[in-house]
Write a protein of this length. Sequence first.
Length: 199
Amino acid sequence: PYAEYDEEALYTNLRVRIDYLTRFVGFDSEDIDALNEIAPVIEPMIPDLVDRVYHQLFKFDVTKRVFMPRKEGTEGRVLADLHHLTLDAPQIQMRKKTFSVYLRKLFASDYEEFSTWQYFDNVGVMHTGKAGLKHRKLMGKDSLHVDIMHLAILLAWTLDILTPVILKNEDFDMDRRIEILRALQKVVWIHNDLFTRHY
């Protein structure tokens, strides 16, 4: 026996897509428990992890350039030169806070709730540059466009830095560490699909 899906619904109905993706990779309640179990361990590491992510983004002009236009509502002067943009610039501090929220949700979310998947789907939408996102309009911000290549490779890099954090953690036996890592890999690949579908 095999599961049947309406192919059009896979592209037009987020609930159907999530059902398919989670069933395909076997992301289930045990994976959710594994991620939630390590969330308190990851929480105090988030500031350092976020700093590492932004140091990585600043190593390449193509990823650093994404942060150049100062968004309305961000205090500080507009920078005309990529070389003058620093990690302590107001717009970078704002982005770091946003990425901190993402990392928290990655581990601590209730993935049984559809709103969790809607949040991660919206993370993809907000990077496409599509006009009309309510929160950007309300804050008077320009649209944000980040090429999918940069989003996808950042997910890969983030997964890579989280892997040793999980595997070296002695709060859990090795079997549990492997279960946590497998759960993380599954959900990151689902996120990658949710991001990609909007491009």
